[in-house]
Design a protein around this ligand. Structure first.
Ligand code: PEP
Length: 484
């Protein structure tokens, strides 16, 4: 069978948040065609019926367009939010008095409801309260049993259900809430196995969600959202138990001094790269495109710099969820990614990471996968292959190659739908799910890519293989193949 197939123009993965602006079939189709690899369903917003409808539509469009699209369910976690507003947007004015109540009321410029019953215990006179990722700031004047009176220090427009942060306060809500676990259950029933966990503090939080799913007979993959000071401090133990990391710069920029965010981003990306965990850099990447057809220069530079830092994926939030130009935002993201990757003459990052493995980790710690991935890179620099082909059970080997950001695509082939879906987060990996039983992987792969017309005779390829028999994974070697 001969099929036409074209790889995307960019290797950085684009995660798009789905919402009212992008839930229609025509917009979603355009977003997939223009470069979306992962659809993020933010379970903090929208109804269950809407999420189900989104899941169905994304899956059917992914099949129709022959494009792998992975669904990521983002769980709300213990995020404190204001309630619904009487009218939107509501404009809060500097100097005005505003009461926050733990009762459920429709919000006005004088009274806002908050979904956290211990709010009065968590603040005291003089505390600062931030709304909407810090764009609006309040100072506490008086605290009552179920109300907190504040003065507006910095005003601005406010929408329903926006987040509320109290920097440095002790929040009495469990990190992974019972609501989160119920949502995991619902998503598992829809066949979803990849979750973003909000406001994690420590490894235990991730393990709690995983244990819950395991009791239901399912293994889930977790992208830990790094948005708390504690998570930044505990990043090593969090990385050790998470399959991916999201640098959630919205809340992070309220919890830590805003000016610290860029360096935290760089440091976490490097740590995740070393471990071969995909990293998503998130929030306000092309924020001005919620209203405009073109982003600011600074936003374009932000996306490009995250790619140069070594991020695997870049994320669109409000731009695609509620913005006026969701398709244009994805298209712009893809263009910035493609230009940055193609003009990336600075291979310092990849060489620096390779040197880390050559010189720093020592004989005892060097795993077979680390060694094979490093050798794939050395071979790639020498022979400049058309593709790196990587049959895989768990995705470990291609993820380890991906962290070095090779110039050519890594095509992965796996019998596992779950492995294939999760590889959608990794830079430069195009995953193929091979549904039929395979006896001879190299032969099957070569036929597969020939059918897709991805290779021409005389071209060279690198193939990773497991020659020793091993129950899981087991990639232990590489081969250089010349297409006949
Ligand atoms: C963030 O805070 O940057 C983020 C991605 O989380 P959310 O959109 O859930 O607030």
């Amino acid at each position: 069978m001969s099929r036409r197939f074209k790889l995307p123009s960019h290797k950085t993965k684009i995660v798009c948040t789905i919402g009212p602006a992008s839930r229609s079939e025509s917009v979603l189709r355009q977003m997939i065609k223009n470069g979306m690899s992962v659809a993020r369903l933010n379970f903090s917003h929208g109804t269950l019926a809407e999420h189900r409808q989104d899941i169905r539509l994304i899956r059917s469009l992914s099949t129709e367009l022959n494009r792998a699209v992975t669904i990521l369910v983002d769980l709300p976690g213990p995020k404190i939010r204001i309630g619904r507003l009487e009218s939107e947007p509501l404009y809060l004015k500097k100097g005005e008095n505003l009461t926050l109540t733990t009762k459920n009321v429709l919000g006005t410029t004088r009274l806002l409801s908050v979904n956290y019953k211990d709010l009065p215990e968590s603040v005291s006179k003089g505390s600062l309260i931030f709304l909407n990722d810090g764009f609006i700031q309040l100072r506490v004047q008086q605290v009552f049993k179920d109300e907190v009176n504040c003065k507006v220090l910095i005003g601005g427009p406010l929408l329903s259900h926006k987040g509320l942060n109290i920097p440095k306060a002790k929040i009495n809500i469990e990190t992974v809430t019972s609501k989160d676990l119920n949502l995991v259950d619902l998503a598992l029933k829809e066949g979803i196995d990849t979750f973003a966990l909000s406001f994690v503090e420590k490894a235990e939080d991730i393990l709690k969600a995983k244990d819950f799913a395991q009791k239901k007979g399912k293994d889930i993959k977790v992208a830990a959202k790094i948005e708390r000071v504690e998570a930044v401090k505990n990043i090593e133990e969090i990385l050790a138990v998470s399959e991916a990391i999201m640098i959630a710069r919205g809340d992070l920029g309220v919890q830590v001094p805003l000016e610290d965010v860029p360096l935290i981003q760089k440091r976490i990306i490097r740590q995740a790269n070393i471990l071969g965990r995909p990293v998503i850099t998130a929030t306000q990447m092309l924020e001005s495109m919620t209203e405009n057809t073109r982003p600011t220069r600074a936003e374009v530079a932000d996306v490009a710099n995250a790619i140069l830092d070594g991020t695997d994926a870049v994320m669109l939030s409000e731009e695609t969820a509620v913005g006026k130009y969701p398709v244009e935002a994805v298209t712009m993201m893809a263009k910035i990614a493609s230009s940055t990757e193609n003009n990336w003459r600075n291979i310092r990052l990849s060489l620096d990471l390779m040197n880390h493995f050559k010189n720093k980790i020592g004989r005892k710690k060097a795993s077979i996968e680390d060694t094979v991935s490093l050798n794939v890179m050395e071979a790639m620099h020498m022979i400049k292959p058309r593709f790196i082909l990587s049959p895989t059970k768990t995705g470990n080997t291609p993820r380890r190659i991906s962290r070095f950001k090779p110039d050519c695509w890594i095509l992965t082939f796996t019998g596992s739908d779950e492995t294939s879906k999760f590889l959608a987060f990794s830079y430069g990996v195009y995953p193929f799910w091979i549904k039929n039983k395979v006896d001879n992987w190299p032969k099957t792969i070569m036929k597969f890519i020939k059918d897709l017309k991805l290779i021409k005779s005389g071209e060279r390829l690198i193939l990773t293989e497991g020659l020793a028999s091993s129950p899981v994974g087991g990639t232990d070697s590489l081969r250089i193949i010349t297409v006949q």
